[in-house]
Design a protein around this ligand. Structure first.
Ligand code: FES
Ligand SMILES: [Fe+2]
Length: 276
C-alpha cells in the first residue's frame, strides 16, 4: 500500500449519495489535516464510536487501518488526503459498510476559519431509505466533529502559548486544606497540576508531550498516566512512555513526559520540587 495505489477518477462517486453534513469551525486548515491524518485518536477521542484501531499503513498520503467500532463490528478503513483538492476520501474496504465512501471537502474562510462539507455515499441503500441513512451519518459526524473541534481548539490553544522556560526548581503552594484540587501551577515555566490520587498528592505535567493533550484529569493508574487523546501511557516517576501505541509504533517511543516533580508538605503548605 502506498501513495501510488489506485485513485478514483474525478469528480464524485458512482455510489448513491445519501446525505451531506456541513460545519464551520474556528480552526486552521493545518489543524484540520492533522486531525484527518491522526488515526490514533479514534478510539480515544471518539470512544463512544470506536473501540480499537490497528494501522496497516500510514503516511502523508493518509492511512489504512483495521477498526473495531464500539459495538464490536470490524471494518477496514482507508483515508486518502488530497491536499491539492483540499479534501480527503474515507473508504470502507471491508466490514459492514463495505463500499461506502465519505468525501470531505474543506473550504478555507480565514486563517483559523474553515467550513467542511462531508458527503456520504453508501451502496445498497434504497431510494426510500436514503434520507434516513443520510441523517444517521450526519448525526454521527456531528458528534465526531464536536469531539474533533474540541481537540483541535485545545491543541491550538497550547501551541499559541509562548513557553518561557525558567530556572525555577521549586514552588511553594498553599496548605493542602486551602487548595482546590486539581490545582494548576507552573514550575520552570511549564504547566503542571497537583492532584490527589488514592489519598496522596501527586504533581505532574498538565500537557501531554505528544500533541499537547490535556493531562489535568487524565486517568492515573499504578503510577502511570494515560493521555485521553491517543492513549499514550507514561510512567510518572521518570516520564518514560510505557505502551507501544495502537500499532506498536516505535517511531513515537522517544515521546516522554517530564519526570513528575516531588511533592512534600512544609509549615507553609505544599512544596513542589523539580525532580533532579
Ligand atoms: S496528545 Fe497524543 S497521547 Fe497525548
Ligand atoms: Fe476525529
Amino acid at each position: 500500500m502506498g501513495n501510488n495505489s489506485r485513485q478514483r477518477a474525478e469528480p464524485g462517486s458512482q455510489i448513491p449519495h445519501v446525505g451531506t453534513y456541513r460545519r464551520a469551525m474556528s480552526v486552521s486548515l493545518e489543524r484540520m489535516y492533522e486531525n484527518a491524518l491522526d488515526w490514533e485518536h479514534l478510539p480515544y477521542v471518539h470512544d463512544s464510536s470506536f473501540g480499537s484501531i490497528k494501522v496497516q499503513d500510514s503516511g502523508r498520503w493518509g492511512w489504512k487501518a483495521a477498526l473495531v467500532d464500539s459495538r464490536g463490528r470490524d471494518s477496514v478503513i482507508e483515508l486518502r488526503l488530497d491536499r491539492e483538492s483540499r479534501r480527503w476520501i474515507t473508504r470502507n474496504l471491508a466490514g459492514g459498510a463495505l463500499g461506502s465512501e465519505i468525501w470531505t471537502h474543506v473550504f478555507v474562510l480565514g486563517e483559523r476559519s474553515i467550513e467542511i462539507v462531508v458527503d456520504f455515499f453508501v451502496p445498497g441503500v434504497s431510494e426510500a431509505d436514503r434520507n434516513k441513512t443520510g441523517d444517521a451519518y450526519a448525526r454521527l459526524y456531528h458528534q465526531l466533529y464536536d469531539e474533533d473541534e474540541a481537540m483541535m481548539l485545545a491543541r491550538q490553544h497550547e501551541l499559541d502559548q509562548r513557553f518561557q522556560p525558567s530556572s525555577e526548581t521549586a514552588v511553594q503552594l498553599a496548605p493542602r486544606s486551602e487548595l482546590s484540587l486539581p490545582h494548576s501551577f507552573e514550575l520552570g515555566g511549564r504547566k503542571q497540576v497537583l492532584r490527589e490520587v488514592e489519598g496522596s498528592l501527586v504533581a505532574h505535567a498538565a500537557v501531554c508531550p505528544h500533541q499537547s493533550g490535556p493531562l489535568t484529569n487524565a486517568e492515573l493508574i499504578a503510577g502511570e498516566i494515560i493521555c485521553p487523546w491517543h492513549g499514550y501511557r507514561f510512567r510518572l516517576e521518570d516520564g518514560v512512555r510505557v505502551n507501544p501505541g495502537a500499532n506498536g509504533n516505535a517511531s513515537v517511543s522517544h515521546c516522554a513526559l517530564r519526570p513528575a516533580p516531588v511533592v512534600s508538605e512544609n509549615s507553609q503548605g505544599v512544596l513542589i520540587t523539580a525532580s533532579s
